[in-house]
Ligand binder design. Structure first.
Ligand code: SME
Length: 161
């Protein structure tokens, strides 16, 4: 297996589209959840060039707990309904935050973070985790990211939670 993902597309939509089969290839035949999350997060980090932090929070006993990520040390536990991550989990919807200062209750793990997108990961309709991507720039994420990340979240939902 090659050490890196190959993403040449110029538009975000192209890049996400190119990444998806490579993510499938990364996890194919491997049952270990942590290994698969770690590799998916690493591959996604290469794809999403705007990301300053990218990782998952895993639902454990009704609370979101930090999982594999790329970036700076982050907050470990987030209550459902709190912050951007907890909101996405509580409402089972992707939350795009163009300016974190305008999102009431935003949890600042890294004071440099300016925008964020959080996508819930569902298995059988139940939130098992969220995918969180932060950026140091304002308005880094939009509907194109939401659309590109949706099938990736779907793939994540098929892992061995
Ligand atoms: N900003 C997130 C917290 C997680 S960190 O960004 C890694 C939130 O408001 O839920």
């Amino acid at each position: 297996m090659s050490e890196s993902v190959a993403i040449a597309g110029e538009t975000k939509a192209d890049r996400y589209r190119e990444l998806l089969p490579q993510l499938r290839g990364l996890v194919d035949g491997e049952p270990d959840l942590v290994a698969n999350l770690a590799n998916i997060v690493a591959a996604l980090r290469e794809c999403v060039t705007a990301a300053s932090w990218l990782g998952v929070y895993i639902m454990r006993d009704g609370e979101l707990v930090l999982g594999p990520f790329q970036g700076k040390v982050a907050c470990v536990r987030i209550a459902v309904g709190r912050g951007v991550c907890g909101t996405a989990a509580a409402e089972k919807r992707t939350v795009i935050v163009p300016d974190v200062e305008k999102f009431p209750g935003h949890i600042a793990c890294d004071a440099g973070s300016r925008s964020e997108i959080v996508v819930p990961i569902l298995r059988d309709g139940i939130v098992v985790a969220v995918l969180d991507v932060d950026s140091y720039d304002l308005a880094s994420f939009d509907e194109e990211d939401a659309a590109g990340l949706a099938p990736i979240a779907e793939l994540l939902g098929t892992l061995a939670w």
